[in-house]
Design a protein around this ligand. Sequence first.
Ligand code: ADP
Length: 398
Amino acid sequence: MAEIILQQVSKVYPGGVQAVSNLDLAVADREFVVLVGPSGCGKSTTLRLIAGLEELSSGTIEFAGRQVNTLPPRDRDVAMVFQNYALYPHMTVYRNLAFGLLMRRQHAGWDYPWWWLLASAKYAQARAERHEVDRQVREVAEKLGISELLKRRPGALSGGQQQRVALGRALVRRPNVFLMDEPLSNLDAQMRVEMRAELKRLHRQFPITTIYVTHDQEEAMTLGQRVVVQRAGVVQQIGTPEDIYHQPLNRFVAGFFGSPAMNFLEGRLAKSGVEWTLVGDAYRWPISDSTAALLRHHADAPFLLGIRPEALMIDNAANRETARTETPGFLKGEVELIERLGERIDVHLVTGAGQRLICRAPGQSTVLEGENVTLAVDLRRIHYFDQQNEQKRITNGV
Ligand code: ADP
């Protein structure tokens, strides 16, 4: 079991690409942490640095209080699972699972001739060790539901089955640390969702410290106990999925999580009499003095309003009851396009000022393309972002 601590970790590749910049991260023993961000943001490099497959340019990495950054990969006791499974094609599933264990045991090798084993004083020991390997392989195969595949070779397995074997091979070793690099991205959508749930169950059964890399925000949110959001080698936010979704630290994080993505509108403050209002090209909404004071303090220029699709609701007769929020603002728009997703629809709208927005509505909603609608906005769920200052979030609500 291992706590992992990265301090000021940086990696510059030959040629000058700064793949990771001053990364600080503490992963608790048994924690499941996901590194997520767009392609090229440095996720795989971070994982490879932890595994020992790349050398650090600066910084330190510790496992359970012991500095490991100069140790070769085999001395770090990590197991890695990759996107391409990397199974041995000429070995059966059984041997693929047993291989790592056999390599570590001196006497249990399958490859010794039987007469050597019989003649050797180590015979009893070798037999006991083989027994133990056999027990571990079968136990993990059972847990992963691949017991009936043990005699097959990887070429005769589906993608999902191969991925299970790859996971099994890593699990039987009971490593200190589990590192996974996009392990589900070769699977079809349905299998990905199934394997996601399976990974969660497995982590409960084998609570090994895990760092998991993905570019998929949904995978990150569903799998990670905590999520590390990276962009261009720089950490943007570290937090629980709830933190990241509801309290994004900047516009990048806000826009990266959630599908459909958060809507952004430009806004500024205006005073009418003694009251402050939020004003944009297509709206004028009330705002409390305290929020207005914060916005005035942080943003001289117009700021950005971030509104998630679920905080917008079409305010027609059918929705009237649900659309009534305690603190509504209204916005007019024309329905440009409707995406039907069964239990819900995603409605793409254009405001009179030409801004594009997406909102969600129930699947049975009667709204039509081309229709002019009023949107009720739950103002408590608005986020405000500074247009300067790395587009940091200033506050939320009204
Ligand atoms: P991600 O996993 O987030 O897609 P990577 O860690 O693979 O990102 O890459 C981060 C950056 O480092 C990218 O700009 C990539 O082109 C660069 N990079 C990755 N591996 C190498 C390498 N071996 N040599 C030079 N540059 C590399």
